[in-house]
Ligand binder design. Structure first.
Ligand SMILES: Nc1nc2c(ncn2[C@@H]2O[C@H](COP(=O)(O)OP(=O)(O)OP(=O)(O)O)[C@@H](O)[C@H]2O)c(=O)[nH]1
Length: 617
């Protein structure tokens, strides 16, 4: 600690320092003020008891009364803390790790006269192979105007170019919305504008739709780059028509969205695209104050053998200089050197500039905010405290919306919008489901579909759910293995249904706050079909149990490419020649399905049982 006692003058910086210390102290202790508790999430039972000045036994017994078994050192989540504190007559205010350890930067607003225009920050998204990389490469290579020495030689995660009209544009050099969404899932707001690349010789594809949904969810203005117009078979009008079909009317169709036909290969019209981006930026009136301490977002960070941690950051406000001390998440350091995207050393950079820097003591995650601190020991302190919180929270993840949570949030009265991501096996059912679910909107709560589409539930769906706090609804489809893992890690609820009415009914009940205990399918095994044989008209499959336990009397779904093609029962289950009652993970087995013979290599036989699931609250 230290630093706030020096000198008597109350400069802006020292006031900030004092405020920070106050915050830090508060965070360190968590505060009980009258009947109000200010706490960081995940207090332990004993800490909560201390704050309320009651014995931990009383807290434990209250928890038991709520049906939750806890031990004295167990950390409680926000919901439980709220309930238990309520029982003791306390109101709870949660302060997040950032609030708890952040300074008051957000409170010190820049005076309008200090603000200066800044360059727009642009992200490029689109379907695989539609030309994102080619476009980024073309702009990177072509836009070296006179006076801007050196080409862009380094891939540092972002680069800035000067257009023919002399204005600057910063591009995030991480094509694909995964990176973008992952950042957004962490709360980072980096890009100002999204360029959606669509190949004119193709069509609006699933990832195009996803990119559009991601941009809309983030509230980013979009510019459509209709690419590959040099190719035979390119049909830009068809793309515009398809966009119109999605309610996205481009300007030459009388709408508000800018679009530009380009060739990322030949460079045709890319200058016009850049001008359109700048036009969009003008409407946004982007400004920042270059004369203050720097703050911004980490774009990427790596460990370099010779140079230590190398971090690319995007300065979003203020200016960053060599020698400054910054903190990002749980890491800090004094900047030893800075390099631009041309590999040149720079001493100082201002708003919207990407820069690679050396000197941090670790690698912050992409999307993590960073901020400059005047006092190195203070920075160290802050980073260490954060590291401590991160360690404590390590096992916990953010709580996202679940079906059970809907009623509770409604009861709290501040739940205005329920976001859904809907995936289904065919377009018709997706549309039907999405229409019906949207119609469930009431005066209190709007049901909003942030993404709908055909096919398996993917990692990127789960990422979008994380970023937009959405529930994922699958109709006759399943999550991919990676998506399921990610959903578990991020606490995203994926509900899968095989009857549209069930989905509507459940959501409706949840929204009416009266979700009944229900019978739910619990998957007990995933078995992969590796060979098939025809045998007396029936098809017998040679299989491998990927995980879980498959029982002879299990009910099963046959899943092909993530889509449920049949639901029924087993006809037989064998190990070698013998009938068996069950097979477990790692075993080979033979099976056939009752009254069903269309088995294919690669299909997954998913065994499930039906269990009663209680609402948790
Ligand atoms: N003829 C023509 N080909 C193009 C154009 N733009 C890109 N391509 C080609 O299309 C292919 C895919 O381009 P990429 O830039 O790799 O596409 P991408 O969207 O970045 O693809 P991923 O990185 O796989 O998502 C490459 O073979 C490019 O050469 C264009 O304007 N005209």
């Amino acid at each position: 600690m230290g630093g706030n006692t020096r000198g008597g003058k109350s400069t802006k910086a020292s006031r900030r320092r004092d405020k920070r210390h106050e915050m830090a102290e508060r965070e360190a202790q968590n505060m009980a003020d009258g009947n109000k508790l200010q706490v960081t999430e995940f207090l332990s039972v004993s800490e909560l008891a201390n704050l309320m000045d009651v014995s931990f036994a009383e807290v434990i017994s209250k928890c038991m009364g709520l049906g939750i078994m806890v031990s004295i050192n167990q950390r409680l989540d926000a919901e439980v803390i709220e309930l238990v504190a309520g029982e003791f007559g306390y109101e709870v205010e949660f302060i997040g790790i950032d609030d708890a350890t952040d300074d008051d930067e957000d409170e010190i607003e820049d005076a309008p006269e200090d603000l200066e225009p800044r360059a727009p920050i642009v992200t490029i998204m689109g379907h695989v192979d539609h030309g994102k990389t080619s476009l980024l490469d073309y702009i990177r290579n072509a836009n070296v105007v006179a006076g801007e020495a050196g080409g862009i030689t380094q891939h540092i995660g972002a680069y800035q170019v000067t257009t023919a009209s002399g204005k600057k544009v910063t591009f995030l050099d991480t094509p694909g919305h995964e990176a973008f969404t992952a950042m957004r899932a962490r709360g980072a707001k980096v890009a100002d504008i999204a360029v959606i690349v669509i190949a004119a010789d193709d069509a609006i594809m699933p990832q195009t739709r996803e990119a559009i949904s991601h941009s809309q969810a983030a509230g980013l203005p979009m510019v459509f780059a209709i690419n590959k117009v040099d190719k035979d078979g390119a049909n830009p009008e068809k793309i515009k028509e398809q966009l119109a079909g999605m309610n996205l009317l481009v300007e030459d169709w009388g709408g508000k969205f800018q679009s530009q036909e380009i060739s990322a290969k030949s460079g045709m019209n890319i200058d016009i695209l850049l001008e359109k981006i700048l036009l969009e930026a003008e409407l946004l009136d982007l400004k920042a104050n270059p004369n203050r301490e720097a703050s911004g977002t980490v774009i990427e960070a790596t460990l370099d053998k010779g140079r230590g941690y190398v971090t690319t950051v995007l300065v979003q406000n203020g200016s960053l200089s060599q020698g400054d001390t910054i903190v990002s998440g749980a890491h800090f350091g004094k900047i030893k050197a800075m390099f631009n995207e041309r590999g040149q050393r720079v001493e100082k950079v201002g708003p919207s500039a990407p820069v690679q820097l050396l000197g941090l003591n670790g690698a912050p995650q992409a999307g993590e905010k960073f901020r400059m601190y005047e006092d190195e020991s203070e920075a160290k302190d802050l980073a260490n405290r954060r590291a401590q919180i991160v360690r404590e929270q390590g096992i916990r993840t953010k709580k996202h919306i679940t079906l059970d949570e809907i009623g509770r949030r409604l009861a709290l009265g501040n739940f205005k919008q329920l976001n859904l991501i809907i995936k289904g096996d065919v377009d018709g059912s997706v549309e039907a489901l999405s229409d019906s679910l949207q119609k469930l909107s009431t005066e209190e709560i709007v049901v909003s579909v942030v993404l709908k589409g055909v096919g398996q539930i993917t990692e990127s769906d789960v990422l979008l759910a994380t970023a937009s706090d959405a529930l994922v609804i699958g109709f006759q489809v399943r999550p991919s293995l990676n998506a399921a893992r990610l959903a578990e890690k991020e606490n995203i609820e994926i509900r899968t249904y095989s009857i549209i009415y069930d989905a509507i009914d459940e959501l409706k009940s949840a929204m009416e706050g009266m979700l009944e205990p229900k019978i739910e399918k619990k998957v007990t095994a995933n078995v992969e079909i590796r060979e098939t044989y025809k045998f007396d008209k029936a098809t017998v499959a040679g299989c491998f149990v990927l995980d879980g336990k498959l029982f002879r009397n299990s009910r099963i779904n046959l899943v092909r490419d993530g889509i449920v093609v049949h639901t029924g029962e087993l006809q037989s289950l064998k190990r070698y020649k013998d009938d068996v009652k069950e097979v477990v993970s790692g075993m080979e087995c033979g099976l056939s399905i009752k009254n069903y013979s269309d088995l294919k290599v690669g299909d997954i036989v998913e065994g499930f049982e039906e269990v009663e699931v209680k609402r948790t609250l």
